[in-house]
Design a protein around this ligand. Sequence first.
Ligand code: URA
Length: 250
Amino acid sequence: MKDPKTALLYGIRQLRRQVERRLKEDGGADVFYRPLPAERGHGRAPADQMDASQKALWQMAQSVRHCSSCPLSRTRKRVVFGEGDSRAQLVFVGEAPGMEEDREGRPFVGAAGQLLTKIIASIGLKREQVYICNVLKCRPPGNRNPAPAEITACKTHLTRQLQILRPKIICALGTFAAQTLLNSQEPIGRLRGKTYAYETIPLIPTFHPAALLYHPQNKRLVWEDMKRIAEILQLPVAAPEARRKSGETG
Ligand code: URA
């Protein structure tokens, strides 16, 4: 027999689950959840004015918020679904949310995120013009590496997200994103430098921005990868010297 406090907490949790399920079935709002600006239609149109892919992503984000497919659901603060332009030609896939991302519910908002913003700017784009997500939607405690079982559990979300987005090109940031999308065991140092295909979409693996904070000498190689992306998207890019002068490079 449970003690009264445990029994009460158990009852409350059960009740909450039932109400959430009911609301979801009815397509109603989730009374327990305060949506973030980024989650309200990905910061764009109200639900009734969204285009098809925006709506599909938004609906998906609502259901992924309740995901409990792996134990990370018990330690996360927020699910970090992803954000950006639902019609983006370029999608960046990172590894997993860190502490700040977990707190804010948005991808790449910490130090690595600031560098990613600069990397995106190096090919003349703004963050809002691309889409950014991760292999794992929930933070591994202590920022440890994603476990294989967590990647397997979360991969269905990423696969569906990419099916909806259908970008012109995918940039995999770091070993975990590259290995997951390419079904490979090779480390990023061996995978980068080539263009692959994810289904029929060109995929370019590059170093993770967090790794660049420790190994800034690899920024030169990331720039090579970004030039390859710009070429595929037919974006004009400035030479590194000009970018340095304009203060764009990290
Ligand atoms: N690192 C990632 O891979 N993703 C984030 O969202 C933040 C840091």
